[in-house]
Design a protein around this ligand. Structure first.
Ligand code: ZN
Length: 241
């Protein structure tokens, strides 16, 4: 059994066919320090079995923090011709990287002020999605939304909504959403909960919408909540005059 191995050819001493930087496309963002800088390809192995889920694996090192990362690769072809017997038309690119937590989505101070749990659950769901657990990521995004809606309602303090009701596990998400005063925030929350139910149940009622839609709707919800928080701060200031 012979596995094709490729190495980083810093001094250009290696035989041409092993030069890794010629065939590997690497994003310049580090999985550890998140900075954009040269990610030095160290070694790559090309898979030879049809049963492998990926076409290869590679390790890279960050030029800035010196940390190493691992990547799952897929093969693709380009128009580049073959030169000196090397097929430059066959390239590899990264499809997943580890550690993946470095790619957590960042949220504003406004959102982290009202719901730290939302951010944690959202990023755990994102990590599930990034590592191929796409069948359960949607449930996680729905749970994240439930935390955000609940914490938001606690934060805006409505007259007819108390914390005991909000924290009661028997209170359905739909009932909480119905209490949201702003129409746009309410509608987008409702849409997420519909799609979230699809992710939880056996039969999908909205098969044309997938997890990407849930994420897009959560982005709108977050923007709405952020602007509401900022607006209330402005109102607060005005009331002091
Ligand atoms: Zn780094």
């Amino acid at each position: 059994m012979e596995f094709p191995l490729y190495y980083y050819d810093e001094d250009e001493h290696l035989p041409e066919k092993q030069a890794l930087d010629e065939i590997l496309e690497i994003d310049p963002i580090c999985c550890h320090c998140k900075n954009t800088g040269v990610q030095v390809p160290l070694v790559m192995v090309e898979n030879i079995s049809d049963n492998d889920e990926y076409d290869g694996y590679a390790f890279t090192a960050c030029h800035l923090c010196k940390c190493t990362s691992m990547h799952y690769l897929i093969q693709f072809t380009t128009e580049t011709p073959s030169i000196h017997g090397i097929d430059y038309g066959r390239q590899f690119k990264v499809t997943k990287s580890f550690p993946s937590r470095a790619f957590d989505r960042e949220f504003s101070d406004e959102v982290s002020k009202i719901s730290k749990d939302f951010i944690d659950i959202y990023n755990q769901s994102k990590e599930a999605e990034n590592t191929g657990l796409d069948k359960i990521a949607g449930m996680g995004y729905r749970k994240a939304t439930e935390f955000l809606v609940t914490d938001y309602l606690k934060w805006i303090k409505l007259e007819d909504v108390d914390n005991q009701w909000l924290e009661n596990p028997k209170t359905p998400l739909a009932a909480k959403i119905a209490k949201i005063p702003n129409e746009k925030t309410r509608d987008v929350s409702k849409a997420i909960s519909y799609l979230g139910n699809d992710e939880t149940h056996y039969t999908r009622r909205h098969p044309e919408y997938d997890v990407q839609f849930i994420k897009a709707f959560i982005s709108v919800l977050v923007t709405e909540i952020e602007s509401e928080i900022t607006y209330r701060e402005a109102k607060n200031l005005l009331s002091k005059k």
